[in-house]
Design a protein around this ligand. Sequence first.
Ligand SMILES: [Zn+2]
Length: 465
Amino acid sequence: MQGTAYKRKAFLVLAALTAITVTAAGFADLKDLKPGFNLFSSQQDIELGRQAAAEVAQKQPIVHNSQVKNYLTSLVQRLARSPHAGTEFPFSVQAISDNNINAFALPGGPLFIYTGLITLADNEAQLAGVLAHEMSHIRLRHGTSQASKANLFQLPLMLAGGLGEGLIGQLTQLGIGLGTGSVLLKMSRTAESQADYNGAQIMAEAGYNPIEMAQLFEKLEAKEGQAQSAQFLSDHPNPGNRIKAVQEEIQQMPRRSYTTDTRQFARIKDVVTHLPQPAQLRGQYNDGHAAPPAPNARPSKQSKQYQGRAFTFDYPDNWQTFGDPQSAMVTIAPSDGIVRDRNGKLSIGYGAIVSYYFPQSDEIQLRRDTDKLRTDTDDLVRQMQQANPEMRAGELRSLKVNDYSALVTTLNASSPFQGETEIDQLVTVLRPEGLWYLVFISPQSEYRDIRPVFDQMLRSVRFSK
Ligand SMILES: [Zn+2]
């Protein structure tokens, strides 16, 4: 008899528990986390992140492949529609070409994900999980919250000033840069569990199963001790029992059907796997990162006119001119066509340079103009080869530029872009001022697409009479 009573009681308890589970199956019991203590304003988070992101983009090999860029942006946009992503911060995302497994968020919106982490993910939901986790660090303002707690007495004064070098420069003076162990990037275990918790909510609201985020982190933990994953694990320390914590949270969420994978994810993973690898021979850039990959800086169809000294020509209007129009030379390039090398020296890997060359030889009047064009051009090519010993001259052809005889010399050189060789088209024309030249520069992979644009620029050249 007693046994039956006990069973009945147990049944009632079970029924009661079930009832509780049913009524709790909503967001009511889920916590809505809020940012903690912070000396910075949200606007300062945004400003700081903007400056820091520019610094990252300058030093790290950003992936410019438009398929990868568009895909990551669409994922972040989907996640950003979740109420738990908040509306305060403008999210953006860039991939960094690096086989290490890492990702980080800067205050105020910018996200960076290494290609090594994209290839580690088994499906789209796992990739979305990392992004949702990082977006949660941004929404919960973990970076500036930690900086606020660092007891930097100069901080309020510096932020009150807020001028001059910009926020990131001022913070760097206080030892809060973007380097290893920066309080902006190195999260506490509490921040980690909060980012998991809030990230799971973002995922669920965007239609991804939150468990995939925890599974990716477990997969990453399994690589503990390997250098590849060291940075991520040091910046995002395991708060413990990630899978269990997310499972418990999912219990409180309404049932939904989730997306796990898409064909697009598989395609992007393939693109990322086949991106050019960091070149071994070009050495390291100033912060230990390899040369950037070639930009996908397709010129726009619209053109603008460049009015130089004694010449004009049209160029794509999304390219920029560098140089004073009052001088006789100009560099025209897309903004990421110019690369800073390991010594901080700028070089152009994609774009055009226009200038004059003054030949050393004095046999000026002895030759007919066509011969002179040829010898001056040879002279210029030799000068260029002295500056760049790897440069090789190839095919030579003649054409007219604004009705003047011109020579086109094809040159091959090493490109400042990762794993690329460079094709240069050197166009030379004799002018009263000297040997006018225009060099079109392009990484080999972009050459075929850019060539019609170069030809069009060349047809637009006009010399003043
Ligand atoms: Zn984290």
